[in-house]
Design a protein around this ligand. Structure first.
Ligand code: DAH
Length: 339
């Protein structure tokens, strides 16, 4: 029996050497030390031993059991350490490798400036109104005091869906929707796309953006208009920015003006950008025509208002010194990345 025990110990230790993972180790433990294991099987035969032999063999068996247990646990630690080592090697980070550049998208300059203008007006207590791009003739022209035979229609030729329905040529159409739906006080801007049947060149596209403004209340005067636009331009172009109003004609405002800003390229001295004027034209504006108020059910004897229409592309081109409108629509990243 002594020999059998020693054989088991040798066999267990030899097998241990070949073991390469925790599962195998566990199987080995069961094979030798488990309830149905080889060592237990031998111990069961102890009863057949003589009284002198029993304690000797018993001691030996306990020692061998302890030895095998220790060897298993030592092998277990070895395996664990080897696994950790392997993991460390596999997951090693080379912090000296060059980094991978993440390309982060950004807003198109038209959207960025549009957002900026919206923020400025929201800060002044304006709401943002939306109107349809496919519009009735009535809202785009008629209600804005531009009847069918009015020469102003020639400068705003557009795309017709039917005789009566068209792609809007100006965001001024939203003025009518707003005044039809809301009684004064009104203070809104309406940014959006407009369309004209124009040939494409450096300053014309069949699609562009405008930002309309409308304020209607009791006692609104030209001074409110000038103050609002002055504030807008100072926020957009800096505190040094000055505006200038020139008399003009729009059918839906009376009086009407074209509004210029001091040329920020030359500061008013005159340069190629402002065609030696010292100022550049940015928008149309005026006091809402009494007929337009009346068309929307607002009494012009009680209320007055101002309106303006700003060309977004122009603002962006002036802001960044871009000289060809088409660049803004070509989606060339070499161009767009500059802003
Ligand atoms: N809608 C005009 C245009 O497209 C611009 C404009 C002029 C809008 C005067 C206004 C305004 O609201 O009062 O040319």
């Amino acid at each position: 029996m002594k020999e059998q025990l020693e054989k088991i110990e040798l066999a267990a230790k030899a097998e241990l050497e070949k073991i390469s993972d925790a599962k195998e180790l566990d199987d080995l433990r069961i094979k030798y030390l488990g309830k149905k294991g080889e060592l237990t099987a031998i111990l069961k035969q102890m009863a057949s031993l003589s009284a002198e032999e029993r304690p000797v063999i018993g001691q030996l068996a306990n020692k061998i059991r302890a030895d095998i247990e220790e060897a298993i646990s030592a092998r277990g630690s070895e395996l664990k350490a080897a696994l950790a080592e392997k993991k460390l090697k596999e997951e090693r980070l080379d912090v000296t490798l060059p980094g991978k550049l993440q390309t982060i998208g950004k807003l198109h300059p038209l959207n960025a400036v549009m957002n900026e203008i919206e923020e400025i007006f929201l800060g002044m207590g304006f709401d943002i109104a939306e109107g349809p791009e496919v519009e009735y003739d009535y809202y785009n022209f008629e209600a804005l005091n531009i009847p069918a035979d009015h020469p102003a229609r020639d400068t705003q030729d557009t795309f017709y869906i039917t005789d009566n329905i068209l792609l809007r040529t100006q965001t001024s159409s939203v003025q009518i929707h707003v005044m039809e739906n809301k009684k004064p006080p009104i203070r809104v801007i309406s940014p959006g796309r407009v369309f004209r049947s124009d040939a494409v060149d450096a300053t014309h596209l069949p699609l562009f953006h405008q930002i309309e403004g409308l304020v209607v209340d009791k006692g609104i005067t030209m001074a409110n208009l000038v103050g609002t636009l002055d504030m807008l331009m100072k926020r957009l172009y800096g505190e040094d920015c000055k505006i200038r109003l020139r008399p003009h004609h729009f059918p839906f405002t009376e009086p009407s003006a074209e509004v210029d800003v001091l040329c920020f390229n030359c500061g008013g001295k005159g340069c190629s950008m402002c065609k030696n004027e010292g100022y550049v034209e940015l928008l149309g504006a005026g006091m809402v025509h009494p007929k337009v108020l009346a068309n929307c059910g607002i009494d012009p004897n009680e209320y007055s208002g101002f309106a303006f229409g700003l060309g977004l592309e122009r603002v962006v081109m002036r802001k960044y010194g871009i000289n060809d409108l088409r660049l803004l629509y070509e989606n060339d990243l070499r161009f767009l990345d500059q802003f």
